[in-house]
Design a binder for this molecule. Structure first.
Ligand code: AHM
Ligand code: MG
Length: 336
């Protein structure tokens, strides 16, 4: 009976990725090992985030613990866990984290074929009020026998071999693409395993939601202003869109992926490049969006074609349902 099979035949993320990799004869299992270390980091952060609300009660972040040591802030702690997990996987050469100004070049004795760019805990302004936050990551492969350098990570997003995020929300959800579609896994806390719950995610071709920090509207450029105006007062007979904005990129993008619509963090007069970082925010989310059938645009080009010049560079971003992104592209084209 099929209903039974679903309950007893658990597709864990490790099993899923092993299956995927086995289709590639050249695969040596390195990617699966790397991923299991990323998953460990996500489980750790999930558990730390869940306890954060109790911090005052049990003395976590920002307080002194029984040994008299100052406790670490959640984002600093998350970064340390990811850096150590990634190095100890033995499968990485370079790490770029939002928390660290410089890239980490992994010691020769621990080096592997991958570079990981990540934001260990994004949306940190939402931590103290218990709103969803997340980890974002992207993975590049480097050529064998080659001294790792910054040029391995200063590459367009289309060269990534995988990207994903983990959302610490009402449940802990990991969304991953290795370039063959997008799949979502939910942490079963009783098993400590991510189980496939959202196979083959496809974003609706058009959506009914727009997501943007409208508090910046007075500094927007013409096309962004026109676009948002059309969301509210459509001129083609369609219904106005709903506004949803959490202020956590992972949560806003996750909703966009599942329900459709558009997420915008445009450049404006004050911040011409917007706020979001190319390597570990714009690229991984754009990779996932395209893999799910959506699009991502910077205001001038396809986001994944951008060639970053520095590791913490920012870019405007417009991503989401294919047709909704077409509309904003048309407005920018018309303004040229
Ligand atoms: P952070 O890296 O300091 O957490 O900032 C990134 C976050 C994103 O998650 C979110 O999309 C954006 O900042 C929200 O910015 P704003 O508060 O300007 O709307
Ligand atoms: Mg961030």
């Amino acid at each position: 009976h099929e209903a039974d099979a679903y309950r007893t035949d658990l597709m864990t993320i490790t099993r899923f990725v092993l299956n995927e990799q086995s289709k590639h004869p050249e695969s040596r299992g390195d990617f699966t090992i790397l991923l299991s270390h990323i998953v460990l980091g996500c489980k750790f952060v999930c558990s730390a985030v869940n306890k954060a609300g109790l911090a005052k009660l049990i003395g976590l972040a920002g307080e002194t613990n029984v040994q008299g040591e100052e406790q670490k802030k959640l984002d600093v702690l998350s970064n340390e866990v990811f850096v150590k997990a990634l190095i100890s996987s033995g499968r990485t050469s370079i790490l770029v984290s939002e928390e660290d100004e410089e890239a980490t070049i992994v010691d020769k004795s621990m080096r592997g074929r991958y570079c990981v760019v990540f934001d260990p805990l994004d949306g940190s302004s939402n931590i103290d009020c218990g709103v969803s936050i997340g980890t974002i990551f992207g993975i590049y492969a480097i050529k064998d026998d080659h001294e790792p350098g910054l040029d391995d990570v200063l590459q367009p997003g289309k060269n990534m071999v995988a990207a994903g995020y983990c959302m610490y929300g009402s449940s802990c959800t990991l969304v991953l693409s290795t370039g063959e579609g997008v799949n979502g896994f939910t942490l079963d806390p009783s098993l400590g395993e991510f189980i496939l719950t959202h196979p083959n995610i496809k974003i609706p071709k058009r959506g009914k939601i727009y997501s943007v920090n409208e508090g910046n509207a007075k500094n927007w450029d013409g096309p962004t202003s026109k676009y948002v105006e059309k969301c509210k007062y459509p001129t083609d007979g369609s219904s106005p869109k709903s506004l949803r904005y959490i202020g956590s990129m992972v949560a806003d993008v996750h909703r966009t992926l599942l329900y459709g619509g558009i997420f915008l963090y445009p450049g404006d007069k004050k911040s011409p490049n917007g706020k979001l970082r190319v390597l570990y925010e714009v690229f991984p989310m754009s990779f996932l969006m395209e893999q799910a059938g959506g699009q991502s645009f910077t205001g001038t080009q396809r986001s994944l074609d951008l060639v970053p010049k520095s590791i913490h560079e920012r870019s405007p971003i417009f991503l989401g349902s294919y047709d909704d992104v077409e509309d904003i592209k048309a407005l920018y084209a018309a303004a040229e």
